[in-house]
Ligand binder design. Structure first.
Ligand code: AGP
Length: 609
């Protein structure tokens, strides 16, 4: 998730405007920044790795001539956050320049094709191939205009993109195109603008035109022309007036980043289904060959590891040991060895306890693998192989979209391991893979159909002094995550246990009306789970069940329930079943009048041990 912005102005310099607008998009990515402008058929370009203010201090991003320009602030997905991978990217001649937000899935084969016909690539990004594809089109079809050649070039792309292109041969225009990644235009007296998000141009104009999937746009001093990429047929669309404050705009109209990020999960889950096969294969090969596997992490990431231990065992018969990073040295520091493999999971890639566990393992020659959301983070630098989960920046302190993305990546690794080891039938593997593909839509429908209900449940129980979260099997991990969310942002003391454990002590806390949240994914634990519900009910607990649509038996036992679409394999259940728990924590926090984005005593990344 990067931020792109650009403009065609009637008067004035484009660069200072691009600089200040990218600043308003910096929440989308801050690994590197770049600006390119045109004047008199010559392209001027400045880019470097680092935050916008740092790069501006170094090379003055305002100091480029011309009233036409494009810019980019990056969240690295392909290629480390280095200057060479910063956008904009050029073709071989430097006359065609592109900025891009999204993921080009087939970039490797397109790059090979371009290299085989003589194109030279300088970066490790997926984006650079777009500039060379357009260059190839233009060289073969010089008679056609840029909008035509760009449309034909993007037809070759699989994946998601919002791009903007300038060419020294077409000095007064910018061409944009969109497929899935967000793209919106701004219109004012003095010019026309494109951006990944409205905040970028809101201080300039609140007249916005939303670009749809499969559309290409030509921006010029006379305005904008939208066409269908497929056949270049014209599309007319009037600007809409956006009545948002700049602060609201950064949150895309959501009151808090946490709610925005919960609603982003269909998109971020789709992104996890576009990871580079090569790294998924490499990591699953290391896991397959490992003598022993430790899954090491903190907080929410640890809950993803706990769920993964069920996935690896059930799908690939691979035993793994989920370990709290802060306990790794004490628990395994002496036994970890050259035959050990550590899969360290950390969305920030900077959590000190996790890095300390990694250092300990490395000192004993163990193999370290990494799963993170921040390319270029310390974890990516110390891992033998790592994979980026591509969730985009997570601003809310409470991890939400990064949790479900971690689970999706870990499930994909478990499926590959299961394929390598042939432990389950092809039909079962295909069924789980097919459901994994459908999870983004399933999560979308849970948010749409259940959010209002969860809000009512939160209002009903916001005064409770304590909450229980119980699940069996892999849902134990889901229950732990529900507990952590409610504790860390609503400050409500919460207890979570494998449901079977509750009667070995914690049940003594149960009294009339105490809310007990049961995670009721359909799996082999059903019978015992129902008896756990009955045990709690018998002691007066209020039963709140997260259950499958049509589960009348548990509905009948519940005081309140939230429904999740049916037919979700148990090994994938923590993803959809986590959504209602995220929303419950969010709305209880609101009922208590607290800000879910900035909980007390907590930071987004814990870099002290
Ligand atoms: C989760 O909502 C918290 N922000 C926290 O527990 C977090 O998961 C933990 O600090 C681990 O962070 P990491 O994934 O960046 O390593």
């Amino acid at each position: 998730m990067c931020g792109i912005f650009g403009c065609v102005l009637k008067e004035g310099l484009a660069a200072p405007l691009i600089h200040s607008s990218l600043k308003r998009l910096e929440y989308r990515g801050y690994d590197s920044v770049g600006v390119a402008t045109i004047r008199d058929g010559k392209i001027y370009l400045k880019k470097d790795k680092g935050k916008i203010d740092e790069v501006h201090r170094l090379m003055n991003l305002d100091d480029l001539p011309g009233n036409v320009g494009i810019g980019h602030t990056r969240w690295a997905t392909h290629g480390a956050p280095l200057k060479v991978n910063a956008h904009p990217h050029s073709d071989c001649s430097g006359e065609i320049v592109v900025v891009h937000n999204g993921i080009i899935e087939n970039f490797s084969e397109l790059k090979l094709e371009m290299e085989n016909i003589g194109h030279n690539f300088v970066s490790k990004t997926d984006t650079e191939v777009i500039a060379h594809l357009i260059e190839e089109r233009v060289s073969k079809n010089p008679e056609l205009d840029l909008v035509n050649n760009v449309s034909e070039a993007v037809k070759r792309l699989d994946g998601s993109y919002a791009i903007a292109v300038i060419s020294s041969k077409m000095a007064s225009k910018v061409i944009c195109a969109r497929k899935e990644s967000p793209l919106v235009l701004g219109v004012s007296e003095n010019g026309v603008y494109f951006a990944s998000d409205i905040p970028a141009f809101l201080p300039i104009t609140n007249k916005a035109v939303f670009v749809e999937d499969g559309e290409v746009v030509e921006l010029s001093a006379t305005g904008y022309v939208i066409r269908k990429i497929e056949d270049l047929s014209l599309v007319t669309r009037e600007p809409k007036t956006v009545d948002w404050s700049p602060e609201m705009a950064v949150k895309q109209g959501y009151p808090h980043f946490m709610l925005k990020e919960i609603h982003e999960q269909p998109l971020t889950l789709r992104n996890t289904l576009r990871l580079q096969e090569h790294y998924l294969d490499l990591i699953s090969t290391f896991l397959d060959r490992a003598q022993e596997v430790f899954l090491v992490a903190c907080g929410t990431s640890y809950h993803a590891c706990l769920a993964a231990s069920y996935m690896f065992s059930k799908l690939a018969f691979l035993p793994t040991y989920p370990v709290y990073s802060s306990e790794f040295l004490e628990q395994h520091g002496k036994s970890v060895n050259i035959d050990s493999t550590i899969l360290a999971v950390s969305q920030s890639g900077e959590t000190a306890d996790t890095l300390a566990a990694v250092t300990c393992a490395q000192q004993r020659a163990a193999t370290v693998l990494g799963l993170t959301n921040v390319i270029g983070s310390t974890l990516t630098r110390v891992s033998r192989v790592y994979i980026g989960q591509q969730s985009g920046p997570e601003i809310g302190v409470a991890a939400t979209k990064t949790f479900t993305s971690q689970l999706s990546v870990l499930a994909q690794l478990a499926l590959r391991l299961s394929k390598k080891r042939g432990k389950i039938s092809q039909d079962e593997m295909d069924f789980i893979a097919e459901r994994l593909e459908r999870l983004p839509d399933i999560v979308e429908s849970i948010i749409q159909t259940q959010e209002a209900k969860i809000k009512r449940i939160a209002k009903k129980y916001e005064g409770s002094q304590i909450f229980f979260f119980l699940g069996r099997g892999i849902s134990t991990a889901t229950a732990y995550e529900g507990r952590l969310k409610l504790m860390e942002i609503a400050y409500v003391p919460s207890i979570a246990f494998p449901a079977g454990e509750s009667k070995h002590g914690p049940i003594s806390l149960i009294e009339k009306g105490l809310p007990v949240v049961f995670i009721c994914a359909r799996d082999g634990t059903r019978k015992t789970l129902v008896s756990n519900i009955l045990e709690m009910k018998a002691r007066g607990a209020s039963i709140i069940s997260i259950l499958e649509e049509g589960d009348e038996e548990i509905k009948a036992l519940s005081d309140d329930y939230v429904e999740v679409p049916k037919g979700i394999p148990e090994v994938l259940s923590p993803i959809p079943f986590a959504i209602p728990l995220q929303l419950l924590a969010y709305y209880v926090t609101l009922e208590k009048g607290q800000n879910p984005d900035t909980p007390r005593n907590l930071a987004k990344s814990v870099t002290v041990k």
